[in-house]
Design a protein. Structure first.
Ligand code: TYM
Length: 316
């Protein structure tokens, strides 16, 4: 029997942080034996923030190295990038033609950008359509993501339904996999950890960097317990373990932060070391990505052939 399919994506838009890890990557790691896993690098999505070719190239390489260092096994996982599989942008266009502007104007990312009075680029507006294509081309059973992507997956689902209604059953309806406890990993200021808020703890941070990030955690203290410190600590240790420590050290914020620094270091140090090993052979890492993209391309092009047939452009 063939395995069920799991797919998820990440933007190569800078260094990954522990929010990406606990919200999404950990689920990929945990499911790679159970599922056929597609790990997508969405470089075209990242173009809305990365418009420097050197930086883009570096970021793409870095995601592959990060994934390998974290333990995603290329024998079980298909690593691939969006720009290698042109079917993503092709299907995105088709979805554009069956989607209305008022519908996309309800997307959170668009509304946030609008609220900030930004000059919104068409890519940001259209982002959910490309993401729907990323997903629907591969007929995945589940998509592990953080809570911030929930609406995007609902949009992909709506789009699949709309296409199926209009042209006949073609796409499997996608389902998100959001782990409740890590749906929104908080950053050093208590808001969602995010590159754009500058409140991250990078996944491969050096010791000094970890120290600086933890020391900058805003100590919003309810009854002597620094909530933001506890919330990050709770990613690494259970409440059962943490509660007596935090009770014992009520009000001792510096000591609690020092303990958190040590725990993060214990978690990150082996990853940092593994990453250094993979950095020694970048061509090998890139060959893994290329082979993955070739495999993904076959799946995507078969689905696109079906789509072209369904919409009636296939006349030869
Ligand atoms: P991106 O690159 O912003 O983030 C990658 C993944 O990390 C999760 N994440 C978090 N989870 C919990 N707490 C946080 N603080 C946190 N910050 C980030 C995100 O939810 C995401 O799962 N649109 C996507 C990329 C994408 C995609 C796809 C994902 C494009 N196509 C198809 C799945 C399927 C994004 O921008 O993720």
């Amino acid at each position: 029997m063939s395995k069920k399919i799991l797919l998820s994506g990440i933007q190569p838009s800078g260094r990954p942080h522990i929010g990406n890890y606990f919200g999404m990557i950990k689920q990929l790691l945990g499911q790679q034996d159970e599922y056929e896993v597609y790990a997508l690098i969405v470089d075209y999505h990242a173009m809305k923030s990365v418009q420097n070719p050197k930086e883009m190239r570096e970021n793409i390489k870095n995601v592959v190295l990060d994934y390998l260092a974290l333990g995603l096994d290329p024998k079980k996982v298909t690593f691939f990038k969006q720009s290698d599989v042109s079917e993503h942008t092709e299907l995105c266009w088709i979805f554009d033609t069956i989607t209305t502007m008022p519908y996309l104007m309800r997307a959170h990312a668009f509304k946030d950008a609008e609220a900030k009075n930004k000059e919104i680029d068409v890519g940001t507006f259209n982002y959910p359509m490309l993401m729907a294509a990323d997903i629907l081309l591969y007929s995945p059973d589940i998509i592990p993501v953080g809570a911030d992507q929930k609406q995007h997956i609902e949009i992909a689902r709506d789009t699949a339904e709309k296409f199926n209604r209009t042209f006949g059953e073609t796409f499997k309806l996608p389902k998100d996999m959001i782990m409740k406890e890590v749906a929104v990993v908080p950053g050093t200021d208590g808001r969602k950890m995010s590159k754009s808020y500058n409140n991250t703890i990078p996944l491969f941070a050096e010791y000094e960097e970890i120290k600086k990030a933890v020391m900058s955690i805003v100590t919003d203290s309810g009854e002597g317990i620094p909530k933001n410190v506890y919330a990050i600590h709770n990613l690494l240790r259970s409440a059962k373990e943490l509660d007596p420590i935090y009770k014992d050290k009520t009000g001792k914020y510096k000591e609690l932060k020092e303990l958190l620094i040590e725990d993060i270091e214990k978690f990150i140090a082996p990853l940092r070391e593994k990453r250094k090993e993979f950095e020694k052979d970048i061509p090998k890492a890139l060959a893994i990505l290329k082979a993955g993209s070739e495999k993904a391309k076959k799946v995507a092009s078969a689905k696109m052939a079906e789509v072209r047939e369904k919409i009636g452009v296939q006349v030869y």
